[in-house]
Write a protein that binds this ligand. Structure first.
Ligand code: ADP
Ligand code: MG
Length: 246
């Protein structure tokens, strides 16, 4: 079972993982208030569908405008306008298939100043049943694409469940990502928290793409995709409650 980006970010936030401030919008009338509660000067207006590749996607309806499902706004009214354009419209990405998916929720969040876009994922290794980390400096791209064209830019390792997550795991990730200074500590902290979340919530997959370094040199999760083991969800009532048909 997959959850939306904004729901995944709520979960990340509850584990103390750095994400941007944001507001979910179900109806166009809510957009102005939602955007107004954020600081600016940049707002990011993000279509919530159960598929990736939204930024490079396109809408079927001309009334939704030319741009994709992730739009940058420079004012509250622009964020409101973009929300109205996308709500109820059909977003097509390389992951939705040609039919696309209807956009019924919009997440408006604070825009970040990005220095680097990185990739970090946790998944269950099917062969060993261990939790594996997959890490790459090539964030913002599909990992399948990176695996195809530049596999040497991907680091992957699994964690011994008996010993659990250790400081050296986080430092290995930081080294692979070329992090420095305060970012190393932030990365170790991030890796520990993501592992904890993954285990405690019976996750199958957590993908942070992109994980960014801001121009201030801080780590932040800018996109989050999470999948959960349906057979374990009887233990996870609050995650089960996030399920919806769209
Ligand atoms: P998708 O992977 O579905 O295309 P993302 O959330 O990864 O959607 O957004 C696509 C791109 O948009 C990111 O790689 C990043 O460059 C940019 N982006 C997303 N959220 C923000 C944000 N809050 N601030 C600045 N740029 C963003
Ligand atoms: Mg993404």
């Amino acid at each position: 079972m997959n959850i939306h980006e904004y729901q995944a970010k709520g979960l990340l936030r509850s584990y103390g993982v750095p994400v941007s401030d944001g507001r979910i919008v179900f109806r166009a009338e809510e957009a102005k208030t939602a955007a107004g509660e954020l600081d600016g000067p940049l707002w990011v207006v993000k279509a919530q569908i159960h598929a990736g590749g939204r930024g490079k996607g396109h809408f079927k309806e001309a009334s939704a405008g030319e741009k994709g499902g992730v739009r940058l706004a420079k004012s509250v009214s622009e964020a409101e306008e973009m929300t109205k354009q996308m709500l109820g419209r059909t977003l097509v990405t390389h992951q939705t298939g040609p039919a696309g998916k209807q956009v019924n929720r919009i997440y408006i969040e604070d825009g970040s100043d990005i220095s680097r876009e990185l990739y970090l994922a946790l998944l269950v290794d099917r062969v060993t049943s261990r939790i594996s980390f997959v890490v790459s400096t090539e964030g913002g791209m599909d990992i399948e694409e990176v695996a195809e064209s530049t596999p040497e830019k991907i680091l992957s390792f699994s964690v011994d469940p008996a010993a659990g997550i250790q400081g050296f795991h986080g430092r290995r990730v930081a080294f692979a990502l070329g992090l420095e200074g305060k970012q190393v500590k932030q990365c170790v902290d991030l890796v520990n928290k993501l592992y904890k979340l993954f285990v405690e919530r019976d996750a199958e997959m957590v993908e942070i793409n992109p994980l960014i370094v801001t121009t201030d040199g801080d780590m932040k999760c800018l996109d989050a995709k999470m999948g959960f083991d349906s057979n374990s969800l009887y233990r996870q009532a609050d995650i089960l409650a996030l399920r919806d048909e769209t």
